[in-house]
Design a protein around this ligand. Structure first.
Ligand code: SAH
Ligand code: CA
Length: 213
């Protein structure tokens, strides 16, 4: 399900700063060679993530679900001079392509790729005072990821989760595991007094949360 008319979406993209040559390359190669290219953030959402990063000027970013590195490259745009982005993906086959993309972006010193299951790796990464977390891996674990990171996010820091409208299935009776998990995640965030949250209907829905206590 597309939430916005295709022509309007095209108009929005035509009036948003163009994708960099590198992001175009990542997108093209992903579509040509990698399974499920729809998972890549893409131009409009990528610009938005880059903009958030430029507004927040984070020192420490954690991404759960690297895929081909598109969103990581966007989220790294506003990193402070000594800032770091840690990104986790379970798909080891993507490692070489992703690392090459980070090198092409000249971000190899700022982005660290961790290959493995985020459920195992997140507790092992000794990270504190995280400024920004982007949750975009397996939907069934969204609530677990949220629980694993919230105490490590500094007060005032941000957690953003992608695909929280799940192609519109969140307002249907669909009871497949992913839909049920995304609905539970959205309800959990909504009930959590530690965060100030907005579900932004960009692309497939972004849940944007600021930790306020
Ligand atoms: N953030 C990317 C897209 C991520 S797609 C972008 O916007 O461009 C989701 C990714 O989550 C896939 O690459 C998949 O391999 C990864 N993933 C799925 N389950 C995972 C897990 N348990 N731990 C870590 N990564 C996982
Ligand atoms: Ca996504």
């Amino acid at each position: 399900m597309e939430f916005i008319d295709t022509a309007l979406l095209a108009y929005c993209e035509q009036h948003s700063t163009e994708e960099s040559a590198l992001l175009k390359f990542v997108s093209r190669e992903t579509h040509a060679k990698v399974l499920m290219p729809r998972m890549l953030s893409g131009h409009l959402q990528g610009n938005f993530l880059a903009m958030l990063s430029l507004m927040l000027r984070p020192r420490l970013v954690v991404e759960i679900g690297t895929y081909t590195g598109y969103s990581a490259i966007c989220l790294a745009q506003g990193l402070q001079e000594n800032g770091k982005l840690h990104t986790i993906d379970i798909n080891e086959e993507l490692g070489t392509f992703v690392r090459n993309n980070f090198e092409k972006a000249n971000l190899q010193d700022k982005i660290q790729l961790h290959l493995g299951n985020a459920m195992d790796l997140l507790p092992q990464l000794a990270l504190q005072d995280i400024d920004l977390v982007f949750i975009d891996a397996d939907k069934k674990n969204y609530s677990h990821y949220y629980d694993l990171v919230i105490d490590k996010v500094r007060i005032g820091g941000w957690i953003i989760a992608d695909n929280v409208l799940w192609s519109g299935k969140v307002i249907t009776d669909a009871n497949d595991k992913d839909t049920v998990a995304i609905k539970a995640f959205n309800d959990k965030v909504q009930a959590d007094e530690r965060v100030f949250n907005t579900l932004l209907p960009l692309r497939d829905g972004l849940m944007i949360c600021q930790r306020i206590k």
